[in-house]
Design a protein around this ligand. Sequence first.
Ligand code: RB5
Length: 147
Amino acid sequence: MDKIAIASDHAGRELKDELVAFLKDSGVEVLDMGTNSPDRVDYPDFGIPLSQKVSSGEIKKGILICGTGIGMSIVANKFPNVRAALVNGVFMAKMAKEHNDANILVIGGRVVGKDLAREMVDTWLKSRFEGGRHQTRLDKISKIEDK
Ligand code: RB5
């Protein structure tokens, strides 16, 4: 399985650490891009470096966590080739991959509990992009980036 990068701000740090442990236990190679202190930080300072890695193709998949997930979603979707999906349930995590081919999963650390977050990550990683009509739609979005 591809290496997964993960980053958060202070509001997502606890959940990030949980997910790092969960992924490592599942045998996934993880790149922990911080934050790793309880100090208050600005989510773009952690969302940008991870999104750059996914945008360039250096990393195939990433997970971003802030308090609500909203700020990290806004940041990540500024980058070409990034399809960041804010999810708060297992169905959303499944659809994020099957229909949207999301390469960054975004979670709200103040919204979602640890068990649900683990289940969402597991579902997203195990799901497969369906292509077809969904690819046509993604191609239309890519064209915006070409302009
Ligand atoms: C931090 O207080 C909070 O604003 C941040 O984690 C995030 O929820 C922003 O969207």
